[in-house]
Ligand binder design. Sequence first.
Ligand code: HEC
Length: 172
Amino acid sequence: MGRRATLRHSLVALIMMGMVALLAQAACGSDPASTGDEWAVGPTPRAATTAAASATPAHPGQANYVTHCAACHGVSGEGQPNWFVPGPDGLLPAPPHDNSGHTWHHGDGYLFQVTKRGGLAFVMPGQPSAMPGFDLAMSDAEIVEVLEYIKGFWGADEREFQRSASVGDPYP
Ligand code: HEC
């Protein structure tokens, strides 16, 4: 009887020790000073993941997007804050090219012409626009590549909507 009680006590003690160890592990995992290296262990070491990512070929339009568009429209097409409110100079900030904007509402032909000729060719007469024309900076083929790259920011529904909008308004 006495022996049984001791066994049961040591069992309880073991379980409690296990819980303490688990709690300590959880606390370490959420330590803000932690390096995050604990996530690198496992079947996919970080080095292997990086090698796989860099082996994926870049989209042909990506480099020109980063060079010519990202400063205003955002690296992921997120646009500028409050893009629908004109600034004190009367200029609209750059709209997003992702799902939250309206780039995907327009056909390929319109998107091509805005990019090639700039916003001034499209806004109401007398209204200013900060959207430059890229006629001199990029060939027509490069403009198409950049616009195709932007389509990667969209979801399936936005892509399908824009594909239909392009049927009557294709690239030139
Ligand atoms: C200097 C900032 C700036 C840069 C750089 C820029 N844009 Fe813009 N873009 C704008 C602004 C601002 C607008 C809104 C134009 C307006 O209504 O005045 C705009 C609008 C557009 C639109 C029309 C979107 C719509 O829904 O009507 C397209 C398409 C576009 N930009 C594509 C591009 C592409 C492609 C690049 C890079 C090749 C680029 N822009 C670079 C500022 C910029």
